[in-house]
Design a protein around this ligand. Structure first.
Ligand SMILES: NC(=O)c1ccc[n+]([C@@H]2O[C@H](COP(=O)([O-])OP(=O)(O)OC[C@H]3O[C@@H](n4cnc5c(N)ncnc54)[C@H](OP(=O)(O)O)[C@@H]3O)[C@@H](O)[C@H]2O)c1
Length: 267
């Protein structure tokens, strides 16, 4: 497993972490992932998986990096504080490593939300502040409201199938040292299954590169993602053997030609 710095914090995170949206795999797949170095676990108050994560990490809290999220419906000051307390309780921990705003709410002044996020850091309940599904203007606005801390990450949809962030968000984050946490990095499984007719050409290229490298399509898709500076990916799987497969997407490199072929095929 290879590692990347979280924002400009000096903290190193594995380039593959463990997603838990709709996760029903129990303890084993998460523990296997942690054992393989994928010690970032992503959850959210709205996923209903915080208890399962808490159970999986119970005996090794200090070895994992827990990222959870406050729902975009809870962004008033008091609601953020309450949501964090409830997440800590469900996880069974006294702090989370990364607390992310799940999505922005234009109905709540962002200054109020960020004040609550900073309070949580001051109280030791949160180590780092992140956001999710923020456009560039949301990110800049949120950062401008903060008085003490920096936003270390933006969790956004990013894969061969969803490359919208390459226009402005990715270059901005690379320049300003904000980590991109890529969600749905294997297109919710789509990148490994039978393609739609219109995508067949692109999928053939993905499949050929998988054959050339001796890797699976999921591993090639993940490797393409984490090749980008400042990007880590958090695939989700309920199955231990797939968690192992996904972790093995790190630690090797696609060639320049293979990356260029994928870039051309999945535009
Ligand atoms: N911030 C947000 O708004 C947001 C939104 C969506 C997701 N997320 C986060 O990102 C994580 C990952 O995204 P995601 O769950 O949407 O999509 P994903 O990780 O791209 O894909 C998950 C799907 O792919 C399958 N899969 C996993 N590994 C595989 C492999 N090696 N080969 C074939 N199929 C494989 C899984 O099935 P099995 O489980 O059966 O293996 C599951 O159906 C989430 O769990 C969540 O933590 C965040």
């Amino acid at each position: 497993m290879e590692y990347k710095e979280l924002g400009s914090t000096g903290v190193k995170l594995p380039e593959i972490g463990l997603g838990t949206w709709q996760y029903r795999g129990g303890i084993e797949p998460l523990r296997k992932g942690i054992a393989l170095g994928a010690f970032v676990i992503d959850t959210a108050e709205m996923y209903g998986t915080e208890e399962a994560v808490g159970e999986a990490i119970r005996s090794q809290r200090d070895q994992v990096f827990i990222a959870t999220k406050v729902s975009g419906n809870h962004l008033r000051y008091d609601d953020v504080i309450k949501a964090a307390q409830q997440s800590l309780k469900r996880l069974g921990v006294n702090y989370v490593d990364l607390y992310q705003i799940h999505w922005p709410d234009p109905g709540v002044p962002i200054r109020e939300t960020m004040r609550a996020m900073e309070t949580l850091v001051d109280e030791g309940k949160v180590k780092f502040i992140g956001v999710s599904n923020f456009y560039l203007r949301n990110l800049e606005e949120a950062q401008a409201c903060m008085t003490k801390y920096r936003i270390v990450s933006n969790q956004v949809k990013y894969s061969l199938l969803q490359r919208g962030i390459e226009e402005d968000m990715l270059p901005y984050c690379q320049k300003n040292q904000v980590t991109i946490i890529a969600y749905s990095p294997i297109g919710r499984g789509e990148l490994t299954s039978k393609p739609l007719l219109r995508q067949r050409g692109a999928f053939n290229i993905l499949q050929n590169i998988a054959q050339q490298t001796g890797k699976t399509m999921a591993q090639v898709a993940l490797n393409w993602c984490i090749t980008k500076p400042h990007v880590i990916a958090i695939p989700k799987s309920d199955r231990t053997e797939r968690v192992v497969e996904n972790c093995q997407a790190s630690g090797w490199k696609l060639s320049k030609e293979q990356l260029a072929a994928l870039d051309r095929a999945f535009q």
